[in-house]
Design a protein around this ligand. Structure first.
Ligand SMILES: [Zn+2]
Length: 167
């Protein structure tokens, strides 16, 4: 399955996203289908949309997607799907892998989602010092991820099972 091209509201090409994410954008009224695969539709309980080849955002966005995504706490939680990097349970806080007191910064590669308990337990220490192991390696979001962050897209909303898997 090919990726879907995303156009800004001004018709300027911005990025490509997975088909699943394109459908989410259309279902959440963030984008309209400009061009669809002829004759193909996605049908499920609450879904009936043409299979998008090209979608266009409903509102103009000014985020420079070709550049790096700006760091934010909310962005880290979304990137990590609200999963604690130390235990896998639901995360509500952001942990600095290298603590800020030791020069660790607010960057994508130095921060992970963490549950409040693990965040408190790790405190002002590195994972090694705290004897805690990272289950995932922090990464920088792709331009397509940055687009979804900027649009505030909620994942999984009412998608058919086969589309609801992580892209
Ligand atoms: Zn945890």
């Amino acid at each position: 399955m090919r990726d879907t091209l995303v156009l800004n509201a001004s018709f300027e090409p911005l990025s490509t996203v997975s088909l699943r994410r394109a459908v989410v954008l259309v279902m959440q009224d963030k984008a309209v289908v400009e061009q669809a695969h002829p004759g193909l539709r996605i049908r499920a309980a609450e879904v009936d949309v043409p299979l998008p080849q090209v979608i266009r955002l409903c509102r103009y966005v000014r985020v420079p997607f070709r550049q790096r995504a700006p760091w934010s706490r909310r962005g880290v939680l979304v990137r990590d799907r609200h999963r604690c990097a130390y235990c896998g349970r639901r995360a509500t806080t952001v942990d600095h892998v290298q603590p800020r007191s030791r020069g660790g910064g607010d960057t994508w590669l130095n921060t992970v989602a963490a549950c409040a308990e693990d965040n408190q337990r790790k405190a002002d220490r590195t994972p090694e010092q705290a004897g805690m192991r990272l289950l995932v390696r922090p990464f920088e979001p792709t331009p397509a991820d940055a687009l979804l962050l900027a649009l505030g897209v909620r994942e999984r909303a009412g998608l058919p099972e086969w589309l609801a898997r992580p892209a």
